[in-house]
Design a protein around this ligand. Structure first.
Ligand code: SAH
Length: 464
């Protein structure tokens, strides 16, 4: 190991930065975040650095570096583009036995800055020993996506109860088991979901020795429109800890593959008018599984709260006192529009956008037509394929121009995406001509013309 990682407590400590430009700014920012008192020496010092110096209660020295600038400093940073000067600073610091970092010159450093993932108080440092900083940064980026931003709150929670738990379990092994359980179970889930008070309540109950809750939990997760790259971090995390996954037809296999390998997968179907399981049975199944103590992911295409019947499912869960979380997903309208090059709003063409279902509860397509014909409103029709001839006819009849541009987007965001554009007048014909099938989204409005203007091409974005 070329460098031993240590974490340096700089709170209130004097740190010397030689240089007042861009590089000095980056380092000063980090040092200030760690609570250091900055002493910056350079003939010229940028405004942002000066502000940091002031905030840290430090001093600026507007001249060239001299050896005595090191006095009283616990860490030295050379951040100039003057190589001999950097070498001099390094030599002086080493002579005094003070740790020194020279930016971009590992050979002159006794300490180096790692790439940092900051989930304070949890901090992860990644280093390549100065050999490949880009590699270290890439690893950092991966860690950033893995570890939820709220992860640090878990450490905060632990800190608040540390002494109490220590008193409860004098034995280290028992203590470790206790915290492992906390960090990997429902208590952590709550904290990460932003429900800090509930997490604290559960932790208190655990400390008091109350029986742990035997019910599981249901996560209503929006899986997005198809491209797995569009999942949220939270969706992925919950999918990877689920015991059971209930999914329907809209969820792409590539997304299902991202669920925990040994999770049970239950297909609950749902095709228009061909429900593999009626909704009330799905609701019941969610309740039953959670009562068995399972962590259940209910995976839904798009967003669970947009034509996803998510509301009905959580009503049932709430009625049975089952804890649940709802994870939003990218709805078909956003996904398809982005992947088809059709902005849903545009200052010149559409000041509002309306999401409409083409399939009403009673099976009809009896929409509030008068509200849907404003030329400056984009219409997005979900489940609009079957009723399309009626929809187009009624829109025209109620005053929307027959040559309003319109698009059909089949299997949007996936590699199988197909887009057909036409007008309100010929849209149903396009469906027949190209054998368009579900899932297909319909977008009606002037904005559809922008696709041509943007010279959009298929497959520009889909990853799977
Ligand atoms: N909750 C989902 C919508 C469910 S309704 C969401 O937020 O996206 C089902 C309808 O959504 C389909 O009939 C189709 O109109 C639309 N849809 C969903 N995914 C789609 C996709 N990848 N491409 C095109 N349309 C899609």
């Amino acid at each position: 190991m070329e460098f031993l990682p240590l974490f340096h407590n700089l709170r209130g400590a004097q740190v010397l930065v030689v240089g007042g430009g861009e590089i000095a700014l980056r380092k000063s920012r980090l040092l200030a975040e760690a609570g250091a008192v900055l002493r910056v020496v350079a003939p010229e010092i940028g405004a942002e650095v000066r502000e940091l110096i002031e905030r840290s209660g430090g001093e600026q020295i507007l001249r060239g570096y001299t050896e005595s600038d090191l006095n009283g400093c616990v860490l030295i940073i050379a951040a100039t583009d003057d190589e001999p000067l950097n070498a001099q600073v390094s030599a002086d610091a080493r002579q005094r036995g003070v740790p020194v970092n020279v930016v971009d010159a590992p050979a002159l450093c006794s300490v180096i800055f790692p790439a940092i993932v900051d989930r304070s108080p949890l901090v992860i440092a990644v280093s390549s020993g100065g050999d490949a900083p880009v590699l270290a940064r890439l690893i950092r980026a991966k860690l950033e996506t893995w570890i939820p931003p709220t992860y640090g709150h878990l450490a905060g929670l632990a800190a608040r109860f540390r002494h109490q738990v220590k008193g409860l379990f004098p034995n280290v092994q028992q203590r470790r088991a206790f915290w492992e359980d906390v960090f990997q179970g429902p208590i952590a889930d709550r904290q990460l979901a932003g429900q800090g008070a509930e997490a604290e309540r559960l932790l208190r109950a655990k400390i008091d020795g109350d029986a742990p809750p035997t019910t599981g939990e249901v996560y209503l997760v929006g899986a997005g429109p198809g491209d797995p790259d569009l999942l949220t971090f939270r969706a992925l995390r919950l999918m990877q800890q689920a015991d059971v996954v209930l999914y329907d037809r809209l969820v792409a296999p590539a997304i299902l593959d991202l669920c925990r390998r040994d999770a049970d997968r239950v297909y609950v179907g749902k095709q228009r008018a061909d429900h593999a399981l009626p909704q009330d049975q799905i609701n019941q199944q969610l309740v039953d599984l959670a009562k068995q103590g399972k962590r259940v992911v209910r995976l839904k295409g798009g967003d669970p709260f947009i034509f996803g019947r998510g509301g009905e499912e959580i009503e049932e869960l709430a009625a049975h006192g089952i804890p649940f979380q709802v994870v939003p997903g990218i709805t078909a309208a956003s996904g398809c529009a982005a992947y088809a090059g059709i902005p849903l709003t545009h200052r010149d063409h559409a000041q509002s956008v309306r999401f409409v279902t083409g399939h009403l509860k009673n099976g009809s397509t009896d929409l509030p037509w008068k509200d849907l014909v404003s030329p400056s409103q984009t219409l997005v029709l979900y489940m609009g394929l079957i009723g399309l001839p009626v929809i187009c006819e009624q829109l025209i009849k109620h005053g929307r121009s027959a040559d309003t541009p319109a698009a059909l987007i089949q299997q949007g965001t996936t590699v199988n995406q197909r887009v057909f554009t036409g007008t309100l007048a010929n849209l149903p014909q396009l469906v027949a001509e190209h054998e368009v099938h579900a899932p297909t989204l319909v977008i009606v409005g002037e904005v559809v013309k922008l696709r041509e203007k943007l010279a959009w091409f298929e497959g520009a974005q889909a990853t799977v």
